[in-house]
Design a binder for this molecule. Structure first.
Ligand SMILES: Cc1ncc(COP(=O)(O)O)c(C=O)c1O
Length: 175
């Protein structure tokens, strides 16, 4: 059992607003608390082990507890905490862009960084709209998405998500 378990339970119920969660579920039950991970496995506060088959939300495919990744993040934080790529660049952004471009096929050679999937979807959509404005088709703005396609929870990404039940409470969304 995690040494701070009771406090964590109470604080989670009092202060933590969880994503995609019906909070009343936890009125009479404990909030599941995951405390650590190693490789493809994670452990909860009671010591139960789970296979993290979803890799977080498809973001920790390289595994939990990778000290080389933690060290790289620590090194970067010590060197330069944050720098927006608004007219300025920094070495790690340049190097990563070059590396990602080297994996991409054909003439896909430029990388635009975002902080997550929903933002990436919105950015791609905005780029497409702008492209058609610049090439003489300013009203070409429709997006076709597949039923059940999940594209994220931000307004734009949600608008092209193909899950009506996720969208209804936030309508009207982006036309
Ligand atoms: C296909 C797809 N697009 C977009 C997203 C949204 O990504 P994020 O949660 O990082 O905004 C997800 C997240 O699960 C996804 O699976």
């Amino acid at each position: 059992m995690h040494p701070d378990y009771d406090h964590l339970q109470k604080a989670a119920k009092d202060h933590l607003w969880m994503h995609f969660t019906r909070h009343s579920t936890y009125d009479h039950a404990d909030v599941p608390i995951i405390v650590r991970g190693e490789g493809a496995y994670i452990w909860d506060a009671q010591g139960k082990r789970y296979l993290d088959g979803l890799a977080g939300l498809f973001v920790s495919q390289l595994g939990h507890g990778r000290t080389e990744l933690a060290d790289a993040a620590a090194k970067q934080a010590r060197e330069l905490a944050f720098m927006p790529l608004w007219s300025y660049a920094h070495p790690t952004a340049i190097e990563l862009a070059e590396r990602v471009a080297s994996y991409a096929p054909g003439d896909l050679n430029r990388v635009f960084f975002t902080s997550g999937g929903g933002e990436a979807v919105e950015t791609a959509w905005k780029l497409a709209k702008n492209y058609f404005k610049l090439t003489g088709k300013p009203m070409k703005h429709k997006v076709i998405s597949r039923a059940i396609a999940y594209h994220g929870t931000t307004q734009g990404a949600l608008s092209i998500t193909g899950l009506p039940g996720l969208k209804a409470q936030f309508e009207p969304l982006v036309p």
